[in-house]
Write a new protein. Structure first.
Length: 68
């Protein structure tokens, strides 16, 4: 995981993760279009901090969530 200053995400298009809760208030957004990285942010705070994960660990995390 790396902090966002290393990446310019100013033109990034964000989408709600399909794994976010259905309540509408606790949503995780991810950005597509970064082949080796997965930018992530909190939809309640779109101008707040963002995290950037390498694609491989993110894929492993998603598979683990699916298995639960």
């Amino acid at each position: 995981m790396r902090n966002i200053p290393d990446h310019d995400l100013s033109t990034t298009t964000w989408r709600k993760s399909s794994y976010s809760g259905g309540g509408g208030n606790d949503c995780l957004e991810v950005a597509d279009g970064h082949p080796t990285l997965v930018p992530v942010r909190d939809s309640k705070n779109p101008h707040g901090p963002k995290l950037v994960f390498r694609a491989e660990p993110w894929a492993a995390f998603v598979e683990d969530v699916k298995a639960r």
